[in-house]
Design a protein around this ligand. Structure first.
Ligand code: SAM
Ligand code: DTB
Ligand code: SF4
Length: 324
């Protein structure tokens, strides 16, 4: 019975049953947070936040039809189609991010999958950012095994590829690829020895059972992702998900963070997109529930993120520091 479990150092398990995840959702809020926070303290300093900075190295014009995304060619959004950024501009942004205290630099590209020439240019960027002494992360869409190996050889540390939601809800959001495509890329990334960054989006119209399914899938991958980004949908004008009401109970969002923390106790759980719409108090509760990573910097890929001063003030008020 999970509620009577003693909060000693929890083992890292990839054999969670669906029923166990369902039971966690049914727990009283305080009980769940106690378990999650205890688990958090077993593996992490609860006063430290891992800081990542995002940059969109190739914006817009993506052939995929992810219903949440500002960068899909299928929707009429305000995002312009741009070319791949030049190496020196990416490096300048990385230096700036490092100066501002970021330890990880995440390069995002609006691709379905990178073509050989694109990947060659990106491996140069990865190698140059790696040289600066930062952790490197890329998110470029689907990868073949040899492409994942090329990125690894260039010095890439993490590859972000989100499951986004449950397998059952996936076709409601994306029609141009399958859940299995996502799992295949994750396998290629894992086999290349890259750290996996994989999570999802909350607030697309899915139900609690989709959250349970998604968390269960993440926690029963052959290895837990090293980073688990939990995004709250950022509604973008022109996308199909712009009109619908979000209707997420903020306490459910905290529950999702807490459950991710319990299921994947040694992973960094990132409070990702959507922080601009969250109160300081909600973010503080998410940190207590086990979130220990954020995107820092005033822009995500194409949408806004809290001002850096505001994040620093909140960290100061909470007595939290950046992980070095
Ligand atoms: N094109 C690549 C891909 O889809 O894997 C990489 C970039 S894509 C923008 C990375 C992730 O950002 C998506 O998988 C999704 O989880 C998240 N994301 C994109 N737009 C979002 C939005 N409007 N709100 C919340 N998360 C979003
Ligand atoms: C992730 O899970 N969230 C980030 C990152 N991985 C690449 C992206 C959030 C994008 C939010 C919408 C935008 O700025 O376009
Ligand atoms: Fe393309 Fe990624 Fe946006 Fe989907 S989420 S439309 S794959 S950039």
């Amino acid at each position: 019975m999970l509620s009577s479990q003693s909060p000693g150092t929890p083992p890292i398990r990839t054999d969670w049953s669906h029923a166990e995840v369902t039971d966690l959702f049914a727990m009283p809020f305080n009980e769940l947070l106690y378990l999650a926070h205890s688990s958090h303290r077993s593996y992490f300093d609860p006063n430290r936040l891992q800081i990542s900075t995002l940059i969109s190295i190739k914006t817009g014009g993506c052939p995929e039809d992810c219903a949440y995304c500002s960068q899909s060619v299928h929707f009429d959004t305000a995002v312009a189609h741009e070319k791949l950024m030049p190496l020196d501009a990416v490096l300048n942004a990385a230096r700036q991010a490092k100066e501002n205290g970021a330890t990880r630099f995440c390069m995002g590209a609006a691709y379905r999958n990178p073509k050989p020439k694109q990947l060659a240019a990106i491996t140069e960027m990865v190698a140059a950012v790696h040289e600066l002494g930062m952790e490197t992360c890329a998110t470029l869409g689907m990868l073949k095994p040899e492409q994942a190996e090329q990125l690894k050889a260039a010095g890439l540390d993490y590859y972000n590829h989100n499951l986004d939601t449950s397998e059952a809800f996936y076709p409601e959001v994306i029609s141009t690829r399958t859940y299995q495509d996502r799992l295949d890329t994750l396998e290629a990334v894992r086999n290349a020895g890259l750290n996996v960054c994989c999570g999802g989006i909350i607030g697309m119209g899915e139900s609690q059972s989709d959250w349970i399914d998604m968390l269960h899938t993440l926690a029963t991958l052959p290895e837990h992702p090293g980073s688990v980004p939990i995004n709250q949908l950022v509604q973008v004008a022109g996308t199909p998900l712009d009109d619908q009401p979000i209707n997420i109970d903020p306490l459910d969002f905290v529950r999702i963070i807490a459950i991710a923390r319990i299921l994947m106790p040694a992973s960094h759980v990132r409070l990702s997109a959507g922080r601009s719409e969250m109160s300081d108090e909600l973010q503080a509760l998410c940190y207590f529930a086990g979130a220990n990573s954020i995107f820092y910097g005033e822009k995500l890929l194409t949408t806004g993120n809290p001002e850096t001063d505001k994040d620093l003030q909140l960290m100061d008020r909470l007595g939290m520091q950046a992980e070095i």
